[in-house]
Design a protein around this ligand. Structure first.
Ligand code: SAM
Length: 272
């Protein structure tokens, strides 16, 4: 296994806190994450490979690994250690700016698995991008801060039930794969971490699902009837809510993902 701590010391590096650089040093956890990926002979997109500890293990199983890393120092070190593996395609880029079209090309428009020990400061934007992108993702195994994981699995009515919870739970079946304490990382973060497994669901998702969910949650204390007036006029909103079998006075936080499917189906019907 690549020894991230030794690589850092030998190269006089200072892990960059602003880039969320907490490297996995727990070999058992790394093997377990790759097991959860079930990526034998499948292509994998890795976000934030860092020094390559997870990348190295992924390469033993995956058909290919495309790894996108923002830090040029990390890219240089991975190249030195793993660069001669023909299965590795290394990209030095901010994942949030890496064009979706390029990702599609990397995987010849076929399906792929996403694996990441995410940079925690941008967990939500990265996931939002993956959900919005219409990429052909079959499974995602993502390590994140416990608090963020709780949002993805939150139930309707919970304080931390947010648009991202609804969208994630509609597109994927989500389960907890692994829980890790700060001791599994170098440097140790201040929080516990959770690996979530997102298994692609085959549920029908209306075209404007995300738009309707985001509009419905726009002002948490407002009713569904009030919030949806940002995307349709009053009469249309009433029609949409009634067609979905809901009450105009409910709040978005009490609705299930399937309620949002009914709402967005009615919205799509109305505007087509
Ligand atoms: N995968 C490595 C591991 O498990 O040891 C490193 C994980 S570390 C938590 C997050 C990694 O994401 C860092 O290498 C950091 O440089 C990288 N990163 C931070 N922001 C990024 C961005 N916008 N796009 C791509 N990589 C990013």
């Amino acid at each position: 296994m690549l020894d991230s701590k030794a690589i850092i010391a030998n190269n006089g590096l200072n892990p960059n806190k602003a880039l969320g650089q907490n490297f996995l040093i727990d070999e058992t956890a790394i093997k377990k994450i790759v097991e959860l990926c079930r990526c034998d002979d499948s292509p994998v997109l890795e976000i934030g490979p860092g020094l390559g500890a997870l990348t190295e293990e992924l390469l033993k199983h995956a058909q290919k690994v495309c790894a996108v890393e923002i830090d040029a120092n990390m890219v240089q070190l991975i190249s030195a250690n793993l660069g001669n593996n023909p299965k590795l395609s290394l990209v030095n880029c901010d994942f949030l700016k890496y064009p979706v079209e390029r990702i599609k090309e990397e995987f010849s428009c076929g399906s792929f698995i996403v694996a990441a020990n995410l940079p925690y400061y941008i967990t939500a934007p990265i996931c939002q991008r993956l959900f919005d992108s219409e990429l052909n993702i079959s499974r995602m195994v993502l390590m994140m801060q416990e608090e963020a994981a709780d949002r993805f699995t939150a139930a309707p009515g919970a304080k931390n039930y947010v648009p991202l919870s609804v969208i994630a739970q509609q597109l994927f079946d989500i389960s907890v794969g692994l829980k890790l304490s700060p001791a599994s990382y170098y440097p140790a973060p201040e929080v516990n971490s959770v690996v979530l497994v997102f298994e692609r669901s085959n549920r029908f998702t209306p075209k404007d699902f995300s738009k309707v969910v985001k509009a419905a949650f726009a002002m948490r204390r407002k009713t569904l009837f009030n919030n949806l007036q940002s995307i349709a006029d009053k009469a249309a909103v009433l029609h949409i809510i009634e067609s979905a079998g809901l009450s105009p006075s409910v709040r978005a936080e009490s609705l299930s993902p399937s309620d949002f499917v009914s709402l967005s189906k009615a919205y799509d019907e109305l505007i087509k």
